[in-house]
Design a protein around this ligand. Structure first.
Ligand code: GLY
Ligand code: MN
Ligand code: MN
Length: 487
């Protein structure tokens, strides 16, 4: 009787959980992902198979894991957002045990009423077949006995393992087990046989060439991806604009971060594409400053804000630097205008055929000439750390996205992000100390130029100052002090 009750409970639970949840209507379609797999297949060498593993679940502390984020290559090829899965894409048709022809197969985590009650819905094999559209979809518990002779392929391509995946004892088919089974199937060399200077493998395992193939594919954005990127970019610009309107001395770096991220969520962005960087004064000199601890911003400071909303997997990467007071000081404006000039010179040559190195060189030349004119350096050729990074990178499913880093091509999406960072102890006049400026925008490379995607967030000092004069819906948003009782 008790058993019957539990059975009834499980059936009810799985029915409730199986109901289609309310979902946004603008996810990438299964046709998009299938077309990407077909394009990958075209690029594979003769008689080969490419293998992709889902991202690992990472533990945060004790019994709390980090919010799961799919491996971007896996997501690109499938749209599948759950862990503990493996995907095979074959160059040529294979024949299944029941004589079916197939050229791709996926193993995913199975439905499970109890796990789904605790940690969320799962597609399972049936859902994966329907929603992801891979005909050969199986539960990962079947993978151990998946019987393919991998020695017959000229090459088995995959990304090598970093041996940093946990084996969860309650799950005998988690990613760790999948990898172990895979290693056994393909005769992956045992650790004891790996020397410090390994010879090229004598077997058919290829852990090198998928990188280049995925760079070629993901570096050139398709129309549905551009829709996602445009949304991520516009949302991120709106975050910048709302902060410009709301900015007041006395706010904290964390509060500024919160306004951006609230706007992201308001527009249904799931996540941030990277840790939000909000640094006032000399904190802006730390390129990837994510502490965001400064409790009270002062009127004299600039605040550098580098944030990107992640919308359905695709991230923007936008930086604005604004004066807390609403008005740039003369020194702040001089440095700011120099960074802006560097960005604009790079924009002029941002078109197919230009190299990433060309873009960096142009921005460095402008910055070095300007720093000398301002007396911050003595010689344009002087080695210094005021602009220590490159100016451009692809964006997409990763903030520093895959793509070829040579000549720009139509439908690449890149950043242009020069900066000048003058720390408090710099060897120049004290009046420059604590001025850190980065201006970062996102661009779609077109047939003969580029489209400035993040144009909605102002960049010129007068436009920023004008935006900062506008009223904000947050002007009246006051919360009681923490030590105040009641409302
Ligand atoms: N947000 C990191 C970067 O600008 O590259
Ligand atoms: Mn960037
Ligand atoms: Mn950035």
């Amino acid at each position: 009787m008790k058993n019957l009750f539990f059975l009834f409970f499980f059936v009810c639970a799985i029915r409730v959980l199986a109901q289609n949840p309310d979902l946004p209507a603008d996810f990438l379609t299964k046709e998009f992902h299938k077309e990407r797999r077909d394009k990958l297949r075209e690029k594979l060498p003769a008689n080969s198979v490419a293998v992709f593993f889902a991202n690992a679940v990472r533990n945060r502390a004790n019994d709390v894991d980090y919010v799961y984020h799919q491996d971007p290559d896996f997501y690109y090829l499938t749209g599948y957002k759950e862990p503990n899965a493996v995907l095979f894409i074959f160059k040529d048709n294979q024949t299944s045990a029941n004589n079916k022809q197939y050229n791709e197969i996926i193993f995913v985590q199975p439905r499970n009423a109890i796990f789904e009650m605790w940690t969320g819905r799962r597609l399972g094999d049936v859902g994966t077949k329907e929603r992801i559209g891979i005909e050969q979809s199986f539960n990962n518990t079947e993978f151990k006995k998946y019987n393919v002779d991998f020695t017959k392929f000229s090459q088995v391509l995959f990304f090598d393992f970093k041996n940093d995946v946990r084996n969860e004892t309650y799950d005998s088919a988690d990613l760790y087990d999948i990898i172990e089974h895979f290693k056994a199937k393909v005769n992956y060399p045992k650790p004891s046989t790996v020397s410090l200077n390994p010879e090229p493998p004598k077997n058919n395992l290829n852990t090198k060439d998928l990188d280049g193939i995925m760079d070629q594919l993901r570096g050139i954005k398709t129309a549905p991806e551009l829709d996602m990127i445009r949304k991520a970019v516009t949302i991120s610009c709106r975050g910048q604009n709302e902060v410009m309107k709301a900015m007041k001395p006395g706010m904290s770096e964390r509060e500024v971060q919160g306004i951006h991220e609230y706007v992201f969520k308001k527009y249904q962005a799931e996540d941030v594409g990277y840790g939000s960087i909000v640094g006032a004064g000399h904190n802006g000199c730390i390129l990837h400053y994510v502490d965001n601890y400064k409790p009270s911003l002062t009127n004299k400071e600039l605040i550098l804000m580098d944030l990107g909303a992640e919308y359905h997997g695709y991230t923007a990467d936008i930086t604005r630097t604004i004066p807390v007071s609403g008005k740039f000081s003369p020194e702040q404006k001089q440095v700011y205008d120099l960074v802006l000039k560097a960005q604009e010179e790079a924009m002029k040559i941002c078109k197919p055929g230009t190299t990433f190195q060309d873009l960096t060189r142009v921005t460095k030349e402008v910055v070095n000439k300007g720093l000398k004119e301002l007396g911050i350096i003595q010689d344009e050729k002087e080695r210094h750390l005021y602009y220590p990074h490159g100016c451009c990178h692809h964006i997409g499913l990763d903030v520093h996205d895959r793509g070829e880093y040579d000549k720009l091509q139509e439908n690449m999406v890149i950043t242009i992000e020069p900066g000048i960072y003058i720390p408090d102890d710099a060897k120049c006049d004290k009046k420059w100390w604590g001025i850190a400026v980065r201006i970062e925008d996102d661009y779609l490379i077109t047939k003969d130029g580029c489209e400035h995607l993040s144009v909605v967030a102002p960049r010129k000092t007068e436009d920023i100052e004008a935006m900062m004069k506008l009223p904000s819906p947050l002007d009246d948003f006051d919360l009681p002090a923490l030590d105040k009782k009641g409302e």
